[in-house]
Structure formats: structure tokens, C-alpha cells
Design a protein around this ligand. Sequence first.
Ligand code: NDP
Length: 241
Amino acid sequence: MTRTAIVTGGTRGIGAAISTALKTAGYNVVATYAGNDEAAQKFREATGIPIYKWDVSNYEECAAGIARVEEEYGPVAVLVNNAGITRDAMFHKMTPGQWNEVVNTNLNGLFNMTHPVWSGMRDRKFGRIINISSINGQKGQAGQANYSAAKAGDIGFTKALAQEGARAGITVNAICPGYIGTEMVRAIDEKVLNERIIPQIPVGRLGEPEEVARCVVFLASDEAGFITGSTLSANGGQYFC
Ligand code: NDP
């Protein structure tokens, strides 16, 4: 039976590459997004991948959305928690709103999405949870206390849940991308990118979304069944952990 995969934030950037790569690998893929209808429609037209809109920071919306997906496409076998946001500010200027938005989306979103699929995966004795964390959750980043804390939390969540899922055939892994050439990163001033960011990356270039997507396809596969609780860095050598 074809396995169903949900990719949160799967309509743009890294998530779009993940959705497409999983579809190519033979999964029934569903991509979710938060509010950018135009980008989501374009993505659906270009790929044929169905799109669903809900907010990963809201538990009830996640549970209801997942129930709709399972009704249409069958049980979720692969969950890619990719949706994420930044609200950068130096800590002395960071507002409670900036802190909460980032933690609610980037960390609480993992609970909200994973909890509704977990029991089904346990019952079926198979599941793949892949959490997109970040290099900045590993090393910390000035101006991103909120984001670094949430992304480090994603790694702790991964390690704890991997222990709970192992006997039930569920693997839980994290991927930590470095600088990836998505719209967000390419929007950074070219001078800053060329003079300050790229020189910090030993391979001398930004990563491609497809390079992260290939990691996901591997971790989702049957062949990766012995890999759980791991943190896979895809950062061009920028940070070793
Ligand atoms: P983008 O900003 O390009 O895309 C983010 C996606 O997440 C969009 O589809 C967006 O929906 C969705 N999303 C955002 N908030 C929510 C929410 N509350 N509920 C549901 N969906 C939501 O991000 P990237 O591709 O750059 O990043 C993807 C992931 O990779 C993130 O977790 C990010 O932190 C991580 N990452 C990215 C790096 C990079 O260099 N780009 C580096 C390291 C990690 P909509 O289109 O509706 O806004």
C-alpha cells in the first residue's frame, strides 16, 4: 500500500522540495501551509500535491486537519515537521509576542502535529517522524534566542520520542540544515551574504532545498529503520556537533 506522508509548511522553500521528493519516491504526499494561499495554489498546480491549510501552533486545528487527511488518504505513515518561522530580535528588544510566536510554531507545533498521529503509528507498528530543526538550535545564534531555544527543543523532543517509539517500529529523527538558499535566505543583502555568511560555510556555497529533501527521503525509507534519535547536520561543514 502506498504510504501517506504529511509535510507541514510543505508548499514553500525547503518544505516544497521535501514534498516533491517524497512524491517522486512514491508516497501519497499532503502539504500543509499557514496562510499564503497564492503560493500554496501555485505549488498545487505545479506538482499536483494536495494542500491543506491549518496552523501548526493550534492543537485542535492539527487534530482536525490530520483526521481529514487520514479520511481521504489513509493513515499517516510519515510526518515531516518542517513548518517554521523566525521573529529575530536581540534579546533586550525581544517582545513576549516574538518569543511566543516562534516557540508556539517551531516547538509546540511538533507536539500538536505528532500527538494526533502517534497512537495510530504505535498500533500499526510503523512510523517515521522527521523534525526539521536548525544549525542555530545546535550552536545558538545572536538575535535568535527564541528560534535557537525552540529548535534545540526540537532535538530534545526527537531524542525522547525516539526512545518511546523504537519498540513500536517508529523512528524519530531531526535534520539540522545550515544556510539553505530559500527565498528567505536569498532575500538577505547580497553583500552580507557574500562577505559575511558564505565565508563561514566551508563548502563555499548555500545549501539547496533538495539537499535537505534527500535526507528526508532517506530517513523515511524502510532502509533507515535502524536510525532513530539522530540529528543529521546538513550545513556545508559550518558546524560540527
Ligand atoms: P519558508 O518560510 O520558505 O516556508 C515556511 C513554510 O512553513 C510555509 O509553507 C509556511 O506557510 C509554513 N508555516 C509557517 N508557519 C506555519 C504555521 N503556524 N502553521 C502551518 N504552517 C506554517 O521556510 P524555509 O523553507 O526557509 O524553512 C523550512 C524549515 O526549515 C523551518 O522549520 C526552518 O526553521 C528550517 N530551517 C531553514 C533554514 C534556511 O536556511 N532556510 C535553515 C535551517 C532550518 P505559508 O506559506 O502559508 O506562510
